[in-house]
Design a binder for this molecule. Sequence first.
Ligand code: HPA
Ligand code: MG
Length: 227
Amino acid sequence: WSVPQEHGGFPSTLSSRPISDDWPGYSLDLFTYPQHYYGDLEYVLIPHGIIVDRTERLAKDITQDIGDNDIVVLCVLKGGYKFCADLVEHIKNLSRNSERFISMKVDFVRLKSYHNDKSMEDMQIMGEDDLSDLRGKNVLIVEDIIGTGRTMKALLNNIEKCEPKMIKVASLLVKRTSQPDGFRPDYYGFEIPDIFVVGYALDYNEYFRDLNHICVINDQGKAKYRV
Ligand code: HPA
Ligand code: MG
């Protein structure tokens, strides 16, 4: 797990280029998306196909790093469910087609820290009662997005209490915030500008999880689903 490279190449996140602040995204007209969100979105930041392709590469990097260790995948709900499902699927496919086989268990915690598009001070952790099962295990935490990093740091604190053997963090997205002590996950899909995004299980007040692409909402969308 701690011996990363087998035959050359760097973990793909080391050499990855961020999505820049002036990247205009893709026009919504290039793709399909649910009719009930027509008029609510600004543009597509990351199309679904690219998310899946990137996830396949992350699965490869993770598989190479894991070696012959068994892992517990800890999916952070609700936003992490799509990324986690696709990541687990890719890891399964890779391990099925190789000499090694990684035994995986999947567990879940649920966090809530956002109200509209603002991060709240108090983070709620739910479903952490059986985290004691993590003692002595190699744990891969799978998150949708790391913004300020506060949520992840709080979660890590809680999980470390269970004394796992190893903890690694995989996040589909990392936001480029002004936070100087910003948390960096071991694996991430894309570094994005400091903007609020939805889709591929990321929500705005529980809406937009049923959108395949990662998109930016417009003012109409924000107003329509504000609570
Ligand atoms: N979108 C949805 N949920 C989030 C985000 C975001 O940009 N950042 C943190 N949680
Ligand atoms: Mg959310």
